[in-house]
Write a protein that binds this ligand. Sequence first.
Ligand SMILES: Cc1cc2nc3c(=O)[nH]c(=O)nc-3n(C[C@H](O)[C@H](O)[C@H](O)COP(=O)(O)OP(=O)(O)OC[C@H]3O[C@@H](n4cnc5c(N)ncnc54)[C@H](O)[C@@H]3O)c2cc1C
Length: 437
Amino acid sequence: MIFIGPRNLLVSRQKSRFLASLGITASRVRCEELKGDPISLAVRRPVRYSPPRRQILAGDRQNVKYCEPMTAIQQNVPLKPYTTFKIGGPARFFATASTPEEFRSALDFARRERLPVFVLGGGSNILVSDRGFDGLVIHPAQKGMEHEACGEDAVLVRIQAGEIWDEAVRKVVEREWWGIENLSHIPGQVGAALVQNIGAYGQQIGDVLDSAEVMEIETGAVRTLFPKDCRLAYRASIFDTTAPSRFIILSLHLRLNSLGKPNLAYRDVRDYFAERGDAEPTIADVRRAIIEIRDRKFPFPREERGGNAGSFFKNLPVRKDEFETLRVALARNFPTSVMQRLEEIRQRSTSEHIKLPAAFLIDICGLKGYRVGGAEVNPQQPLVLLNRGGATASDVLALARHIRRTVHARTGMILELEPQLVGIEEKGALDFHSEKS
Ligand SMILES: Cc1cc2nc3c(=O)[nH]c(=O)nc-3n(C[C@H](O)[C@H](O)[C@H](O)COP(=O)(O)OP(=O)(O)OC[C@H]3O[C@@H](n4cnc5c(N)ncnc54)[C@H](O)[C@@H]3O)c2cc1C
């Protein structure tokens, strides 16, 4: 009965009445001013959003000029189930998009309604306000992975942004393409992986990025960005720093290697294979090792373990002179055992900057297991804040403020948040100076 396609729908009032008699209401179809017969009809998934009447009837009253987006727009969608923290209120509007046309259509809708847009991937690196998000949430759902050989040992793999990151890693490991195996078991989608330049166990996505296809939120234009355009740094890129609401990442091109070798830069990974007497692990062995190591320390979010958003604070890259200042500050407040641990951290560092683990600072301040409402500092891995059941975003923020205030007071260091705050103004929410200890 109905042709489903990406084009607009042209129907007369009479025919729209006929469609209504079939149960297809005006809010479910996209109509434009009638420019004559014949009719072409495009009906997408049901649209639950009913726009104000004045928008439906623009122009000639004989004809319906209807500006409904082609993408299904839902209203008042709870975001909690879309996050690994299992926290947060509803999105005023919510759309899932799989093609550039669907993204554009959702963006058109947001522009018309003057709504802010938030792109939601797997929800594993966000904290959503208890009030929710007063705008349009767009959830990328495009799937697919293609590859082409590039010279003797390189493979260029294009992965769509809506793919699950760990599924993509599993597939490339099965094909024995090296480069992202140490990034196994990081939750979330492929597109979001570039946003904070995900990294773990000596690898980061920026090391293998060839290019990213992105859509400009303002214009809907599709562009290719190269690594230098993305300004990738430690847990940062333009997508979460200088241009946070400018682009939707549509797909990534990763340059992997078919003749690679294990990256055993991290002690945990080296020890894993040394204990097993395995001097030449395969890529599948490396993935298995990473999953086991991570699962011990950094549990993949499952509800019975308490929701979380991974590391809640970033590690701190500290210059050598700053490190000396820190050493003096810690010597005043902490016992020799802490100073020995600090020295071990310094010795482990091979670069100009010493990577100071935020977990170390939280631990030495005695905050493991500290709780506000339903939110708790993970007693095993203090970098992770847990939703112990019923935690609100306010609980998590109050806990984060307490941690930042205590760490600052005792060490002089200021911890920076890793997850993005959604519907929450960061400056106000995290300001710990104005509060009493
Ligand atoms: C248990 C656990 C372990 C983790 N371990 C690590 C780790 O080892 N290393 C690490 O780096 N991270 C880690 N993370 C953090 C997180 O998994 C990653 O940052 C991940 O890439 C987030 O993906 P997501 O799809 O869930 O993004 P979301 O949480 O949905 O979004 C994060 C940000 O990316 C933006 N975004 C999402 N998709 C797009 C897109 N297509 N285009 C533009 N912007 C987009 C969002 O707007 C938001 O600002 C961990 C998290 C958890 C819960």
